[in-house]
Design a protein around this ligand. Structure first.
Ligand SMILES: Nc1ncnc2c1ncn2[C@@H]1O[C@H](COP(=O)(O)OP(=O)(O)OP(=O)(O)O)[C@@H](O)[C@H]1O
Ligand SMILES: [Mg+2]
Length: 409
């Protein structure tokens, strides 16, 4: 019988439509859950859904839970899976599994993926190297934690996303400045600041086992990419995640999945590689990485991991052969100036020279309003470039960053 999947947020963020299609493609009956009217969903999403439950708000978890459970019970249907790949609905999915008696991550297992303090405590207990840390809800405890942990520090929200309200603190005087900035954050995580390169460890799991993993390299690290506007940030999905210098991060990734009892679906972990070779945990989400990382992973293998994920959660396997062919780098562009994009320079020359290596190009057109780069890593558009050789891939990405410019006014 076709697996029946309750899929929360089937068309937002945009790539979710492709996951919905992936589920339908592997033969699942998909019931979407979202706050928009069904008519407002993208056509492709609608076509892949068997049914749809509309809730008043996905952010009012308890209310959404009641509404969904009532509708499911009234319809007399049962589900084999409850899935989501969008961070804010990870807990709702766990609550629904418990309420509807569906296997998969329970609330107790989902919480450590949403609470950075709980996450690190569980990992400390399992012997994973995390930054020294404390959760603090008032100024006095932040000051005390700072003295205990030592400078430099990182202060960030306990349930943050997109590096919002995340600050480096260099000394006591700097702490006074940052205390003002985080005054409205109810609980912050105070951490030892880790210097080093930053990577992801992404996986698709089923039955508590990873079926696939990926390592991507942030150039530069997200905190810098999100604070310096002129940079064209890159994320490079590596062709060879089994390289010896990444062994520590790979081992940590596998250990973290076990320690957190992750069951099935995508995960997205971030970790640091210090200059002395030490590997330190960053954070993990029970979801796919954002900002086109899924497309990069697809371009590395010439694969369809939207469908691969669907197969994994529905049938516990990933049958598409995954041969690593390329390094795939995404490069995000930010226009110079404010307002409307007026001019794009260097693109023709770049494409004439390197076009064969460009897997995907999606820049805002001339005439479009600039996006807020602080709110979306996608910024004013991006290219995904790929090459079998890592150094060549980095050069392609660097040239796109420097040679292609957007101007707004
Ligand atoms: N302890 C730390 N030491 C050094 N840098 C850190 C530390 N914690 C966070 N950072 C930097 O801040 C960035 C954002 O932190 P983190 O990933 O915890 O938060 P987030 O807002 O959930 O991130 P995302 O952008 O992935 O949603 C990290 O990618 C890293 O560059
Ligand atoms: Mg992060």
């Amino acid at each position: 019988m076709a697996p029946r999947v309750l899929f929360i947020s089937p068309s937002f963020p945009v790539e979710m439509t492709y996951f919905t299609e992936g589920l339908a493609a592997v033969g699942a009956k998909v019931v979407g859950v979202g706050e928009h009217p069904k008519e407002a969903l993208p056509e492709r999403c609608k076509a892949a859904l068997t049914n749809y439950v509309r809730v008043s708000s996905l952010f009012d978890e308890d209310r959404a839970l009641k509404e969904i459970v009532a509708e499911v019970k009234a319809a007399g249907v049962s589900f084999d899976r409850v899935e989501t790949l969008w961070e804010p609905t990870v807990l709702l999915a766990a609550k629904l599994r418990e309420a509807l008696g569906v296997p998969g991550l329970r609330v107790a297992q989902a919480l450590p993926f949403r609470d950075k303090e709980l996450m690190k405590r569980k990992l400390d207990a399992a012997g994973v190297r995390t930054p020294r840390h404390a959760a603090c809800s008032d100024e006095a405890s932040i000051r005390a934690a700072a003295e205990r942990i030592g400078y430099p520090l990182c202060i960030k929200p306990i349930a943050g996303a997109g590096s919002a309200d995340t600050h480096r603190v260099d000394d006591r005087a700097d702490l006074e400045r940052v205390l003002q900035l985080v005054r409205r954050v109810p609980t912050v995580s105070v951490e030892e600041f880790i210097e080093g390169r930053e990577f992801t460890f992404d996986s698709i799991c089923a039955g508590g086992r990873p079926l696939f993993y990926n390592i991507a390299w942030y150039r530069p690290k997200p905190l810098i990419a999100r604070t310096v506007e002129w940079i064209s940030p890159q994320v490079v999905a590596l062709r060879n995640p089994d390289a010896p210098e990444l062994a520590g991060g790979r081992a940590m990734g596998l250990k973290v999945l076990q320690a957190l009892e992750f069951e099935a679906g995508f995960t997205h972990m971030e970790w640091f590689l210090k200059d002395d070779g030490e590997v330190v945990f960053g954070e993990i989400g029970a979801r796919v990485g954002g900002a086109r990382l899924i497309d990069q992973m697809n371009f590395v293998h010439d694969a369809d991991l939207y469908r691969g994920w669907a197969e994994a959660v529905c049938y516990g396997r990933l049958s598409e052969p995954l041969n690593r062919r390329y390094n795939a780098a995404v490069v995000f562009k930010r226009a110079q100036g404010q307002g409307t994009i007026r001019r794009i320079t260097g693109l023709g020359t770049y494409l004439a020279r390197y076009g064969q290596h460009v897997a995907c190009l999606d820049l805002l057109p001339v005439g479009a309003q600039r996006r807020n780069w602080l709110q979306t890593l996608i910024s004013d558009g991006y290219a995904i470039v790929r090459h079998p050789d890592l150094q060549s891939c980095l050069t392609l990405a660097d040239r796109f960053g420097t040679d292609v410019q957007l101007y707004a006014s």
